[in-house]
Design a protein around this ligand. Structure first.
Ligand code: 2HA
Ligand code: ZN
Length: 298
């Protein structure tokens, strides 16, 4: 689809990624949400043509991100429809100088508002901005990751170790591991705080029985990260379905990968000897798990 000549590049990029996510089957109905932090220089050419409307304020002020601009998918909107009507399904917001007001500058035509997961997105942006160049927070319902969360023992080290073993490139793509949350009610400040806290240490967070949160400097990077984690999850789902692994990538293999690609793997996941299913009766780690993994490491 050819973009209208006056369509900002960031809207064009968001359309592409949202359409790809829908095609992957990760964003059924109104599932999923994405936010992209825009720089002053990104919005400067358009600001004059936009008029500010106010939206319900944030329940808690986030003064660290006051004045920042974000392109955010709309609440209740379908990713499937974004390409067809970006102005109804997306919006650009600015966080007020008090860190609490949310100004709607563009989009959300017909009275829309930003995603119900806005607290999780903004708290996660605040967390990642502190020491990375992250500009994207991406949430979706990646199919195999959700399936896997029903059978894996849910702690960050075990989930990370399983996903590293699901495919050789994984340790290189997400050496900082996957944070595993407990099940929580979505759309709340509480899940936002817990997600942001895990994102300080990990670039991916698993919401069991729901989906995944990931971060990146660009939309393409965050998408590629979820693609990689989800591909590994697909392998693991197949492996479990085939009756379990007969052989796998060893700790020594993981160490060799980290050396070759100059990454620092999450120590708690590297220290494990394989990974475990939740009930502990199906050992898929090449038969060499001797001690139970400590739960609640994150
Ligand atoms: O936007 O995915 O978690 C709908 C959701 C909520
Ligand atoms: Zn969701």
């Amino acid at each position: 689809m050819r973009a209208p000549p006056d369509q900002p590049w960031f809207v064009t990029d968001m359309i592409r990624v949202a359409s790809d996510m829908w095609t992957k089957g990760w964003d059924e109905r109104n599932g999923g949400n994405v936010s992209y932090r825009l720089l002053e220089s990104d919005v400067a050419p358009y600001l004059e043509g936009w008029t500010a409307a106010s939206s319900p304020p944030l329940s808690k002020a986030l003064p660290e991100i006051a004045g920042q601009y974000y392109l955010v998918t709309g609440s209740g909107k379908y990713f499937r429809n974004i390409a067809q009507d970006p102005e109804a399904n997306l919006g650009v917001i600015r966080i007020g100088v008090d860190g609490r007001q949310v100004e709607l500058l563009w989009g959300y035509r017909d009275g829309g508002v930003p995603t119900s997961e806005l607290p999780a997105h903004l708290k996660s942006h605040r967390a990642r901005q502190a020491d990375t160049h992250a500009r994207v927070i991406m949430h979706c319902h990646a199919t195999n990751l959700i399936a896997l969360s029903y059978v894996l023992e849910l702690n960050s080290a075990n989930v990370t170790r399983a996903l590293w073993e699901g495919s050789t490139e994984c340790l290189v793509v997400f050496p900082d591991g996957v944070g595993a949350l407990s099940w929580m009610v979505p759309g709340t400040d509480a899940i936002g705080d817990a997600t942001a806290e895990l994102l300080r240490k990990h670039s991916v967070v698993l919401w069991p029985f729901h989906g995944v949160f990931a971060t990146g400097e660009t939309l393409g990077e965050a998408f590629g990260l979820i693609e990689t984690v989800e591909k590994s999850a697909e392998m693991l789902v197949k492996i479990v379905a085939m009756g379990g692994a007969r052989q796998t990538i060893s700790t020594q293999n993981l160490i060799a990968l980290a050396r070759r690609f100059d990454v620092v793997p999450m120590p708690e996941a590297l220290a494990l000897d394989g990974w475990r299913l939740a009930d502990g009766t199906h050992d898929l780690s090449n038969g060499n798990v001797s001690a139970p993994v400590q739960a609640g490491q994150d």
